[in-house]
Design a binder for this molecule. Structure first.
Ligand SMILES: NC(=O)c1ccc[n+]([C@@H]2O[C@H](COP(=O)([O-])OP(=O)(O)OC[C@H]3O[C@@H](n4cnc5c(N)ncnc54)[C@H](OP(=O)(O)O)[C@@H]3O)[C@@H](O)[C@H]2O)c1
Length: 250
């Protein structure tokens, strides 16, 4: 296969939350471009194995590791294992997250800590550990949210707190890692049809009427944007926050 059809041949990509939804689509899309895939998941071993098999059908290596992204030590072990197996990490996609929607006055410290641990602390320390092993040309993609740019209705304080942070970290790390030749970019999806936010769910009744394009996005549309940003011709794109939201935050 030529570099054009397999632009990620030989690269090693680590994707958090690759067992379902957007993360699963990213794994399959990067595998289709030749990347070897390591995905993490929390609970869904069967779904994770299905994604691994789908990736392997593209003749790349693929592996699933059960690891709570909110656990800093577990993240370090994942990185150690990938480096031990593959020697380096070329691509990191910080995708796994939870979506707390809780009334301000109902938020407990447990809710706060869980949101912070999974959506923010995990992103921070996994990136810190992985970036040490990234060669020149490394790529980091953070999956944020349009609710990390605007807060269009109540009860999003925990989620928006973490997703604003993800956008901020993207900018900060673009500065920190530029000298190493590593780019850091953030994709902010709008409503995307997944288990987290099904297009026929209760939330859709609130979200859809505000969508300029009048539809939910597809996981493949996010995966395609990731594939572009981690590709070989985007060395000059870093610190970018790119919405893929059907105009939701326009
Ligand atoms: N869907 C949307 O409308 C939307 C919009 C904006 C932004 N996003 C963002 O897009 C990303 C993916 O969302 P999604 O809709 O694909 O979510 P999803 O369908 O709920 O899938 C979440 C994935 O993350 C994994 N995960 C959850 N908690 C984890 C933990 N503590 N440790 C390791 N893995 C964990 C899950 O693993 P298990 O299968 O084991 O549970 C699963 O693979 C998130 O960052 C989300 O905030 C989504």
């Amino acid at each position: 296969m030529s570099q054009t059809t397999m632009p990620l041949a030989g690269k090693v990509a680590l994707i958090t939350g690759g067992s379902r939804g957007i993360g699963a689509a990213i794994c399959k899309r990067l595998a289709s471009s030749g990347a070897n895939i390591v995905l993490t998941y929390a609970n869904s071993a069967e779904s994770a194995n299905n994604v691994v098999q789908a990736c392997q059908s593209h003749k790349v290596s693929a592996k699933a590791i059960q690891a709570d992204v909110g656990n800093v030590e577990a993240n370090r072990k994942v990185v150690e294992q990938v480096v031990q197996d593959s020697g380096q990490i070329d691509i990191l996609v910080n995708n796994a997250a939870i979506f707390p929607v809780i009334d301000l006055f109902e938020v407990t410290e447990k809710d706060f800590d869980e949101s912070l641990n999974i959506n923010q602390r995990g992103v921070f320390f996994l990136t810190q550990a992985a970036a040490k092993h990234m060669p020149k040309g490394g790529r980091i993609i953070n999956i944020g949210s349009i609710f990390g740019e605007s807060v269009p209705y109540p009860n999003l304080s925990l989620y928006s707190m973490t997703k604003f942070a993800v956008a901020g970290l993207t900018r900060a790390w673009a500065r920190d890692l530029a000298a190493r030749g590593i780019t850091v970019n953030c994709i902010q999806p709008g409503p995307i049809h997944t288990d987290l936010n099904p297009e026929d769910g209760e939330l859709a009744k609130v979200l859809l009427p505000r969508s300029p394009v009048g539809r939910y996005g597809r996981v493949e549309e996010i995966a395609e944007m990731v594939a572009y940003l981690v590709g070989p011709n985007t060395d000059n794109v870093t610190g970018a926050i790119i919405n893929n939201d059907g105009g939701w935050n326009a």
